[in-house]
Design a protein around this ligand. Structure first.
Ligand code: UDP
Ligand code: MG
Length: 318
């Protein structure tokens, strides 16, 4: 028996979502049925400690459109989603959270954009009524900082609620790095993106698993994965300190040789201070040189494809 290839794969990462998964599945099922296309739902259990696995196994038995995979332990959402994207067989792959925060009723709009030719459709969160001020401030600071530091542009509010075409999936599979932020990698791949603006719902049940500390780690991971600029911050400071100390040092030596015409009355301590400043400057600049080599090693070890081709002549013959 050959299994008909689905048009749409829906990838859902799950960590301790037992309380809300049933409600979520019902809502998702309703929306997907209404689309009248062949689809599959891939539940990715990320080492849940509650009944999540038992529930998705039951759902898979009841509904042949449901597939599931269960990771051996909690690997984190990014890897759970990655596993789902690897397993997806559809021509388009949609990923979304299981907690109901990504509104399933907006899924048809993602499909519409995809049918119109978009290869990446990104859900942009406009507002979350109950989001804490600290999270809001944190996220806006993150986007501002990130876009200063990296060549990969991130649109503020862009989420993991997104659809990718199978060609993008193939490119995504070629990315093998371990420290990964799924949405960052999809952004890095390029391709023109279409946006869908949505207001995040409240969680159906349970607590968000990302603590403030967790979010901070996620932000740092994103920067490290997509930018090498932080390696050079100290070097930039050194680039100011070094010439400045050399200039002052030179002034002091000239002053010493010609009998203090500038009236500095420089003490021995001052000479030592300037010398120290100069040496520190040299160290800072050499950190930048090390950073330069590190950044090359970093890029090599990520082993990303050299380039990606969006379309060529053969795409036009279709
Ligand atoms: N999730 C996961 N592994 C984890 C943490 C979360 O698969 O280690 C799933 C979770 O079940 C949900 C989605 O990722 O479907 C988003 O998680 P959550 O709602 O906790 O995060 P936030 O809303 O803060 O992004
Ligand atoms: Mg959530």
């Amino acid at each position: 028996m050959t299994i008909k290839r689905p048009i749409l794969s829906v990838v859902v990462p799950l960590y301790n979502e037992a309380a809300g998964i049933e409600t979520f599945y019902q809502a998702l099922h309703g929306v997907l049925e209404a689309l009248q296309i062949e689809y599959e739902i891939i539940f990715c259990n990320d080492g849940s400690r509650d009944d999540t696995l038992a529930i998705i196994r039951r759902l898979a038995k009841q509904d042949r459109a449901v597939r599931y995979l269960s990771l051996t332990r909690n690997f984190g959402k990014e890897l759970a989603v990655t596993a789902g994207i690897h397993a997806a067989r559809g021509k388009a792959i949609l990923m979304l959270d299981a907690d109901g925060q990504h509104p399933v009723k907006r899924i048809p709009e993602f499909i519409e954009h995809w049918r119109a030719g978009a290869k990446v459709v990104v859900g942009i969160r406009t507002a979350n009524r109950h989001q804490a001020l600290i999270k809001k401030l944190g996220s806006s600071t993150f986007y501002r900082l990130f876009n200063k530091l990296s060549h990969t542009r991130l649109v503020p509010g862009s989420t993991d609620f997104r659809l990718i075409d199978e060609t993008v999936q193939h490119d995504f599979i070629r990315l093998t790095e371990r420290n990964r932020i799924t949405r960052g990698l999809i952004d890095w791949l390029g391709y023109k993106q279409e946006y869908i603006y949505f207001e995040a719902n409240d969680r159906i049940a349970g607590e968000a698993t990302y603590s403030l500390g967790g979010l901070l780690k996620l932000s740092i991971d994103s920067v490290v994965s997509l930018s090498v600029s932080p390696l050079f911050v100290v070097a930039y400071i050194g680039a100011v300190v070094l010439p400045l100390s050399l200039l002052i040092g030179l002034g002091m030596v000239v002053n010493l040789l010609f009998g203090d015409p500038l009236g500095l009355h420089a003490t021995g301590g001052a000479y030592v201070a300037v010398l120290t400043l100069c040496l520190v400057g040299i160290l800072m600049v050499s950190q930048g040189v090390i950073g330069l080599y590190l950044s090359h090693i970093h890029a090599e070890s990520q082993n990303r494809p050299l380039y990606l081709i969006d379309r060529d002549n053969s795409s036009d013959k279709l």
